[in-house]
Design a protein around this ligand. Structure first.
Ligand code: 6PG
Length: 242
């Protein structure tokens, strides 16, 4: 259970420090392999981070953007994680269209998940059973401890072979497409950006209670071989012991 945890004074600082960390990793990847792959999450938290990332000196022509999860809505829908990234990162950083690998939220969820997994297999030139190794996977955490679109009690949390799946989120009455644990755990860098007072109780439980990803899916992070990096603001970290 190895992890690094940075606690920053506020959400903006946490977002900026996280963005700088991502930019550094992307540059290292480009230096090593001439390109970088970044999988991002959605929701509200990443907006500040995306904006900060768009201002950093990254050769975006060499960065390929994927999603950790997507709501099954059209790309111009207010709930779309693609829309959030387009407005706060893609358009500002002028990431080339060819580098954008979005989930087709506007089509049947199961078909969208299959198409997305196929695109990932094609891009990473995967043999059957192989996992994509994203250079950076950025995740968040919901107040219930979910991450990606893996919600407490979701059987897919035990799936270590699949790449992506459609999943129904009952509390949102919404279909989603999510990366499964395999690609999250195969990431060269798996990082979490968690801010806000509403996350504090769960942050304490995640770090201080017994590991049980079915109860707290974000605890999947503790299975990552190289360890994960957590960026928290003081509000989210206020109940932690150490
Ligand atoms: C999503 C996200 C999800 C998110 C958490 C936290 O599609 O909602 O990918 O996993 O990281 O729900 O969301 P907030 O940042 O809105 O708290």
């Amino acid at each position: 259970m190895s992890f690094e945890r940075e606690i920053l004074p506020d959400a903006l600082t946490a977002a900026e420090v996280c963005a700088r960390h991502i930019a550094t990793q992307l540059k290292l990847a480009i230096g090593a392999r001439s390109q970088a792959t970044l999988a991002i999450s959605g929701g509200h938290t990443p907006q500040l981070m995306f904006h900060g990332l768009s201002l950093l000196p990254v050769d975006w022509s060499r960065v390929h953007l994927f999603w950790v999860d997507e709501r099954c809505v059209p790309p111009d829908d207010a709930a779309s994680n693609y829309k959030l990234a387009k407005e706060n990162l893609i358009d500002l950083a002028r990431i080339p269209e060819a580098n954008i690998h979005r989930v087709a939220g506007e089509i049947d969820p199961k078909q969208a998940a299959e198409d997305y997994a196929d695109e990932i297999r094609r891009f990473f030139k995967l043999a059957a059973g192989d996992m994509p190794r994203f250079d950076v996977v950025q995740c968040g955490m919901g107040p219930d401890g979910h991450t990606a679109s893996l919600f407490p009690g979701e059987p897919l949390i035990a799936d270590r072979a699949g790449i992506a799946s459609a999943v129904y989120a009952p509390q949102f009455s919404q279909w989603r497409v999510t990366l499964l644990p395999g690609p999250l755990l195969a990431a060269r860098l798996l990082l979490y950006l968690v801010t806000g007072d509403d996350k504090a109780q769960t942050v304490r439980a995640v770090f201080e209670q017994m590991t049980n990803p079915s109860k707290y899916p974000v605890q999947l992070a503790f299975e990552h071989q190289e360890g994960t990096t957590w960026f928290l603001d003081q509000a989210a970290a206020r109940l932690l012991d150490s």
